[in-house]
Design a protein around this ligand. Structure first.
Ligand code: BGC
Length: 278
């Protein structure tokens, strides 16, 4: 067996050799799995975090052990000065940026009439404005550098981490659902605006994935059973399910995919209630 086969199903062939990737919110959950998978695929990776330096350093150590270069950069994606400084530093230390996975996101749930402006604003700031700022700064570098054919057929790839809630309304989470609805239209508009510059913008829309953001939804057998009613495929997703989608979208295998959302949700967006009703 070659080294890829023996490493098991988590392995992704070195599709991204020579590419430099930035993953925001990469010290836990989907971001962490994505940073690791990009590393396994041969990319060098900047592991962004806003709090939790040790966890970020641990991700860096794992990527380095796999043979790629990595570094942890602290930045709040909702702060323009910090995003600009982060991308500038990456260009200085890694030479450029080829792949942005705009992943950092959070929830601040509340019933509508209880929701404070601060809860609304925080979620919009991180989930939507954060992606805008990171995409804008990455795009400036993509445009400056242009296509380097030995590295990739495109000048850069942006992968927006969205959610099934970009199209599924979600009572009690109006801030979150609105932010992801915004991500959908931002992603498609950027894809349209940047395609002629050979920049590919796409999104991954996860369903229920086993991460810290939604522990309550799966950490007891009763909660998990309830959740599974929404998932035709019959299992809660793992962070690697999303990571592999991001790697594929970032690679030249999917070079003709522009402005698409890849739902990775075990069928959650298929209106499972209609399997037996309607
Ligand atoms: C949310 C999770 C939720 C999932 C499916 C995600 O975007 O962050 O909390 O479990 O959507 O509803």
């Amino acid at each position: 067996m070659d080294s890829h086969a023996s490493a098991g199903p988590q392995t992704v062939a070195p599709l991204l050799k020579g590419q430099k990737a930035l993953v925001t919110g990469a010290n836990s959950g989907i971001g962490k799995a994505t940073a690791l998978a990009l590393g396994r695929a041969g990319a060098d990776v900047v592991v962004n975090y806003v709090a939790g330096r040790e966890a970020a350093e641990e991700v860096v150590a794992q990527i380095t052990a796999q043979g790629s270069r990595a570094a942890a950069y602290e930045a709040d994606v909702s702060r323009e000065d910090q995003v600009t400084a982060m991308v500038d530093r990456m260009v200085e230390e890694f030479g450029t940026i080829d792949i942005l996975v705009a992943n950092a996101g959070l929830q601040r749930d509340a019933a509508f009439t209880e929701m404070t402006l601060a809860q609304w604003q925080k979620v919009i700031d991180v989930n939507l404005t954060g992606q805008f700022l990171c995409a804008r700064e990455a795009t400036k570098e993509f445009l400056r550098r242009g296509v380097v054919p030995e590295v990739s057929r495109s000048a850069g790839k942006i992968i927006c981490m969205s959610s099934v809630h970009q199209i599924i309304p979600w009572a009690g989470h109006v801030n979150y659902a609105s932010s992801k609805g915004g991500v959908l239209m931002m992603m498609e508009t950027l894809a349209q605006e940047l395609a002629s510059k050979k920049i590919r913008v796409n999104a991954v829309a996860p369903g229920a994935i086993r991460t810290p953001i939604n522990t309550d939804a799966w950490d007891t057998p009763a909660a998990e059973q309830d959740l599974l009613k929404l998932i035709p495929y019959g299992r809660v997703g793992e962070p690697e399910d999303i990571a592999h989608a991001a790697v594929a979208l970032a690679s030249d295998l999917l070079d003709y995919v522009v402005g698409a959302t890849l739902y990775v949700d075990g069928g959650m967006t298929l209106f499972p209630g209609f399997a037996t009703g309607g």
